[in-house]
Design a binder for this molecule. Structure first.
Ligand SMILES: [Zn+2]
Length: 264
């Protein structure tokens, strides 16, 4: 396994900036495609961290939501037995309502255990702080995301990475083909906190439009959206923090970008 804990990294001779956290695999919007979950389970062990950025379930599926949850939970358990796993909720994942009648993915929160990090979590991984934002559906859940980011800002490390289902408004990762339909609050949070990277999904076709993209930059923040495709393999983004690259794969081909972050 390529992952070394920080204590193992420290004191290994001449590599004070030894990058500990190397390959992050990001997917989103699997929408209860079990073939894509199968693919993810098979591939997971080749990475140091697997991140699923929301819409694991599909509200339009004829299958009962509770049944979808039970099956997806099994996949999450199996994947997290192979590798550290991060799951944030999307707008298709809500299974309950809060006191303000906003949709909440209680099952995602409750699925957390040792190597499975979910909505509301912040944790250190190598030299990065990773903050897992739930989908917000109204003022109360939005205030919770705001408070989470504020709290987490005191724990930021060399790198700060956010997971949040919707891409930031105004970025090419939120292009719908006619306009930007991302989250304006996320754009404001990025402006305030300046994280290093934000991983989103939600706007399924952004990467496939000329004006859209799987990658963009807002200020100093790299923002990503892998998009969604049919078939057995999800679209993926692999960020290699050792090389400082991000690579997008889809049925339309591959694209790789230098992030200019190679030193820790
Ligand atoms: Zn979606």
């Amino acid at each position: 396994m390529a992952f070394l804990t920080e204590s193992e990294g420290v004191g290994k001779g001449n590599a004070p900036n030894l990058l500990i956290f190397m390959r992050l695999l990001f997917v989103a919007d699997l929408h209860y495609s079990l073939k894509q979950f199968d693919w993810l389970l098979a591939e997971a062990g080749r990475h140091d961290l697997v991140v699923i950025g929301g819409d694991l379930l599909d509200l339009a599926s004829p299958l009962d939501l509770d049944l979808q949850i039970a099956i997806v939970e099994k996949y999450l358990t199996l994947i997290s037995q192979k590798v550290s796993l991060v799951v944030s909720s999307g707008n298709h994942d809500g299974d309950s309502r809060n006191e303000a009648d906003e949709s909440v993915a209680a099952w995602v929160r409750e699925a957390r255990h040792g190597r499975l990090h979910t909505d509301g979590d912040g944790f250190d991984f190598g030299d990065a702080r990773i903050t897992v934002c739930p989908w917000w559906d109204g003022e109360v859940t939005r205030a919770e995301v705001d408070a989470l980011l504020e709290r987490e800002s005191h724990h930021r490390r060399d790198r700060w990475i956010w997971i949040y289902h919707a891409p930031p408004h105004g970025s090419r990762t939120s292009w719908s083909g006619k306009r930007h339909i991302g989250d304006e609050f996320l754009t404001a949070w990025i402006g305030r906190h300046r994280p290093d990277m934000v991983f989103s999904g939600h706007i399924h076709n952004s990467p496939f439009y000329g004006e859209g993209s799987w990658i963009d930059r807002l200020g100093d923040t790299w923002v990503f959206n892998p998009g969604r495709q049919p078939g057995p393999e999800p679209t993926t983004i692999v960020v290699d923090l050792e090389r400082g690259t991000a690579e997008w794969r889809s049925i339309e081909g591959e694209s790789i970008r230098e992030l200019g972050i190679a030193e820790g």
